[in-house]
Design a protein around this ligand. Structure first.
Ligand code: GLC
Length: 460
């Protein structure tokens, strides 16, 4: 009897040791992903140079046309909402058409919601029936999208939400720990599917995977947007997303993929969200501003008013001038088409970029910091001063820089008067030649602009 107990304890000990070793190895693997600053820069280069991308929020919520939060906002019971999968058969979905629209906008990358907070996957997941492959559409939209985007040289991005409103464990991670762990299993499994089955993925865009997004302590009021737990009150319960394991898997399956910072993993870039989150210039930590093109919601909404062209272009310029990337969102219709007025606006942005793209793609923000006048970008020996507001004047005084300006011209064509003195660089463009949306003045220097430290504008 005693021997039996002993051998049982022995087995337990061995099992525990094996378990601890496995956990340790996973942690070590995650932590052993190290790279030099140069390697990191190389991994980020294509995305940084791209500067402008298309975000697409599309899923079952598109059928209701009231935004991607409709299930939460209207407290639609999970079973009732799930029935939408029987109707989701987007016969007009054509991935090539989406890519063509993104291309026409001058965008260089795309990010698709492979699965939002409602839990419906647009890809095949052997472990779940709540996917577009196993319901009415019988299609793997992620596969179609990735293929079409790749064929046109777009960087391919996948949005993924670890949280899933169908799991009570999300709302009560401690009371419903087992259920929360099932949600976590789904997360790990689905990320593995996404990172294994679709070739090289350039961007994995997480949303809602932080410990502090867990329901307990979040905002409950119906109609209000779910909020992260308040600062200083982090989640301290027993549930853990085990993101380190996901991170180790990511780095193993897709060593080059770049990720944002919404899943408690070392972020490659930071997400700023919404027009009001434009924020400050930051050339140290890569970042991206995402916002909506129409209606202020991400998922499709009928008759959503589309942002004016001027706002779109100026926002792009303000973002790139702050050294960020710009990810502009459309919510395609439930049948798979992008609304014609939205596609039209994107085309207009692309027309602008066709003329002025040199001042956006492959540039960095600065050296003149953004201000009331607008913003600036640079590449090699050229600085592009984007004057968005001349304040009724025909001259603009830029601060002193330790480089010589050899020539000043307008990107739209024609020379610009300029004088470089101890006070700074004065450029003059008569009002008749100023462009309301953005007058791009090109300053050619005697040396690379990357040598200059960012400098504040004179009057702000
Ligand atoms: C917010 C919204 C979410 C959307 C995301 C895009 O987190 O809640 O619906 O997908 O922004 O950044």
């Amino acid at each position: 009897m005693k021997t039996k107990v002993n051998s049982l304890q022995g087995c337990k000990r061995i099992a525990l040791a094996v378990f601890c070793l496995a956990a340790l190895l996973a942690t070590v693997r995650a932590q052993t992903f190290t790279e030099t600053a140069e390697q990191h820069q190389a991994r980020m280069a294509a995305w940084r140079e791209a500067r402008f991308g298309l975000f697409m929020h599309w899923g079952l919520y598109s059928i209701l046309g009231r935004g991607e939060w409709v299930q939460w906002n209207e407290q639609i019971p999970v079973n009732e909402y799930a029935k939408l999968a029987d109707q989701f058969n987007p016969t007009n979905f054509d991935a090539k058409a989406w890519v063509a629209i993104a291309k026409s906008a001058g965008m260089k990358y795309m990010v698709l919601t492979t699965r939002h907070h409602d839990g419906f996957a647009l890809f095949d997941d052997p472990g779940s029936d709540f996917t577009s492959v196993k319901t009415a559409a019988h299609r793997d939209f992620v596969a179609e999208y990735v293929k079409a985007a790749r064929a046109e040289g777009m960087l391919v991005g996948l949005y993924y939400s670890p949280l899933d409103w169908r799991f009570p464990g999300f709302f009560f991670p401690d009371l419903q720990l087992k259920n929360a762990e099932e949600m976590r299993d789904q997360y790990h499994r689905q990320v593995q599917e996404l990172m294994s089955n679709y070739g090289k993925i350039d961007i994995l865009w997480f949303d809602g995977g932080e410990q502090n997004w867990l329901g307990f302590g979040g905002q409950w009021v119906s109609g209000a947007q779910w909020q992260k737990r308040p600062r200083g009150q982090p989640y301290r319960g027993r549930f853990n997303w085990q993101s380190d394991q996901v991170y180790a898997m990511l780095r193993r399956l897709q060593p080059g993929v770049i990720i944002n910072g919404r899943a408690d993993m070392p972020e490659d870039f930071h997400s700023r969200e919404g027009d009001r989150a434009l924020g400050d210039f930051d050339s140290e930590h890569p970042w991206e501003l995402c916002t909506t093109l129409a209606g202020g919601v991400w998922g499709w909404k009928d008759n959503a008013s589309v942002k004016p062209l001027r706002d779109c272009v100026q926002l792009l310029v303000k973002v790139v001038g702050r050294d960020g990337n710009f990810l502009l969102n459309v919510g395609p219709r439930p049948d798979g088409r992008i609304d014609p007025p939205q596609a039209q606006r994107l085309k207009e942005i692309g027309y602008w970029l066709g003329k002025y793209g040199e001042s956006i793609y492959g540039t960095r923000g600065g050296p003149f910091l953004p201000g009331a006048y607008g913003a600036s970008t640079y590449r090699n020996q050229k600085i592009y001063v984007h004057v968005l507001d001349w304040a009724g004047a025909s001259k603009l005084l830029l601060p002193v820089i330790p480089a010589k300006v050899i020539r000043a011209s307008l990107l739209a064509g024609g020379e610009t008067g300029f004088a470089q003195t101890e006070q700074g660089i004065e450029i003059s463009v008569p009002p008749s030649v100023q462009i309301d949306m953005d007058t791009v003045v090109v300053l050619e220097l005697d040396q690379p602009a990357s040598r200059l430290t960012p400098v504040a504008p004179i009057s702000n």
